[in-house]
Write a protein that binds this ligand. Structure first.
Ligand SMILES: [Zn+2]
Length: 320
């Protein structure tokens, strides 16, 4: 069977693939001169790109790299020329900007100069894992940011490429399940202020699967959520799975996952000490949170669930 895909969609996919190839080329180039492994550079770059996309006070990334330097950071706080591209005067005014591509200019709009500048700053601490962590802490002054970037580095290292955007629906499509848009409802199980997620009702023990590429950030018991798992994806999203009947065998915090991978089972755990179960019908509580480098907030997973469900159904059709 042939499925016709609209031309502009094919075009967009090809363009995205090109961007990944060009980005990887940039990371490898900077890795070659700084000896900082490409997957750390990819992780920093992706973190910054995602933060910029979710913040109104920062300009959106337009180039290949997502790394953002303020003009005064780049040229030096006391530099009278905020647009300075001369590496010597930038250095004189203690600006960070460096010439990465060897054209004699330190340009804030040049991808290679920008990534090289960030990498060189990290390099002053060393190129091993612990020193990179210290460099990131000194730069961002935020534990959570360092954790998110290190997690991304692990994900990129594990898969060896940048194309990690596909998703899966959290329960198998052939299982018997139902869900409605209930985000923000006043009622949840136990009267929380608002309901921060979508409840997917299914039978006890129905497989629960990772919805994205990511890393397990949290696994354990919580009085309200019962047995639950938190997964961080490469776009700074935190995917929260609660009320599980149990966890997939050998699943551990820090493990890299991919869409569709088994992580646990649908259950009704929660609302009591560890092991309490059965106080409400079995369902998967699925929540999504976004970190923007300063704070994290909950947003409605329902439209995403609908999209992933539809995509998975279409892909299954194509394979038949
Ligand atoms: Zn819920």
């Amino acid at each position: 069977m042939t499925t016709s895909i609209p031309i502009n969609k094919v075009h967009a996919q090809t363009e995205q693939t090109d961007v990944y190839a060009k980005r990887m080329e940039l990371y490898k180039k900077v890795e070659a001169v700084t000896h900082i492994p490409w997957f750390y550079l990819a992780a920093i770059d992706q973190y910054e790109r995602t933060v910029r996309a979710s913040r109104r006070d920062l300009p959106k990334a337009t180039g290949l790299t997502g790394i953002y330097f303020r003009e005064d950071q780049w040229s030096g706080a006391l530099n009278p020329n905020k647009k300075d591209e001369n590496p010597l005067s930038i250095q004189f005014f203690n600006g960070m900007g460096l010439d990465g591509n060897g054209d004699g200019k330190a340009s804030i709009t040049d991808d290679e100069d920008v990534l090289y500048t960030f990498a060189t700053n990290v390099l002053s601490y060393g190129t091993d894992h612990d020193n990179i962590k210290i460099a990131l802490w000194d730069y961002y002054k935020r534990d959570k940011t360092v954790g998110i970037i290190i997690g991304k580095a692990k994900i990129y290292h594990h898969f060896g490429h940048l194309n990690l955007d596909s998703h899966a629906f959290p329960v198998p499509l052939r299982s018997n399940y139902s869900y409605k848009n209930t985000w923000g409802d006043a009622r949840g199980w136990g009267g929380r202020r608002i309901h921060e997620g979508t409840d997917i009702f299914a039978n006890y023990g129905v497989p629960v699967r990772a919805t994205s590429y990511g890393i397990i950030e949290m696994k354990g018991w919580n009085r309200y959520g019962g047995w639950r798992i938190g997964i961080r994806d490469i776009n700074n999203n935190y995917h929260y799975f609660a009320h599980l009947s149990g966890f997939a065998k050998d699943l551990r915090v820090g493990q890299v996952v991919e869409p569709g991978m088994l992580i646990g089972g649908v259950g009704s755990s929660g609302y009591g000490p560890p092991g309490t179960s059965g106080k409400f019908p079995p369902h998967l509580h699925y929540g999504m949170y976004k970190d923007n480098g300063v704070t994290e907030w909950s947003y409605d997973p329902f439209p995403h669930l609908r999209l992933w469900e539809r995509q998975e159904r279409q892909n299954a059709k194509k394979k038949r």
